[in-house]
Design a protein around this ligand. Sequence first.
Ligand code: DHB
Length: 311
Amino acid sequence: SLEVEFCGRLYENPLMNASGVCCMTTDDLDSMARSRSGAFITKSATSTDRAGNPEPRYVTVPLGSINSMGLPNKGIEYYLNYVLDRQKRFPSENPPFMSVAGMGIDENIKLLNIIQDSEFSGITELNLSCPNVPGKPQVAYDFELTDRTLKSVFQFFTKPLGVKLPPFFDFAHFDDMASILNKYPLAYVNCINSVGNGLYIDVEKESVVIKPKDGFGGIGGEYIKPTALANVRAFYTRLNENIKIIGTGGIRTGQDAFEHLLCGATMLQIGTELQNEGTGIFERINTELLQILEQKGYQSIEDFRGKLHSI
Ligand code: DHB
């Protein structure tokens, strides 16, 4: 089977949506709940609702996607009400994950205080890697700010917490970020958010394809799989064993999922291809991944997770 244990709970399979895709409204979230994903997560929330950037702000391109959504969301209370309602109605199910993305350290603390003081019993993802709000640099590219944020958070936050990281491209950065993360009782790190501030061009129109930020936006999909796998592997080999990895980036097939698991991921998130294909993707990837396990003679994901060979 594809069963996985994560943060002391059992999940039928490791697949989830990546936050941002199919999770803005209660209808989106209900369709995730009905799907064959093992778990699901809400859109990154801020303290109050936001309209986000002008459209077009998400475009599917041949090898993936480019987006500059600008954190449109319905506000923390909307998503908290949704997950609390599900907890009451389905007490034996795993609660949804909640994602939060404050626009600065104070807002992140405020959002996490609201979750801490609620009845929410699930897992929270602190998004340190939104690349799309004009004038707001990604938190996790500022190592000192990341350290200070986590230090403040763990003064009061006692529920399971993970962080969503942007991609890193240098061993010095993998080393320095991992040493910071290893100081804290994190449940997981999620590698990776989109590759920030790419530029896709329509050659015929000689034009950018999204309106915000003069066309610059986060890149997802096939373009980013090698960077995603590198980040999963780099953090898997550097972090304490009690900090799990969620692998996100370029998962379109069962083989892509297998590659992330081989690098050390425990759960897997799908963004671009979920947007393209809809929630039917979870059944397809579960089937493809199970077929790979059978071909290779593995009984469970634990037989190979993290066991990437060196040469
Ligand atoms: C948005 C994009 C992200 O990559 C993210 O992590 C959070 C928000 C956005 O543009 O809405």
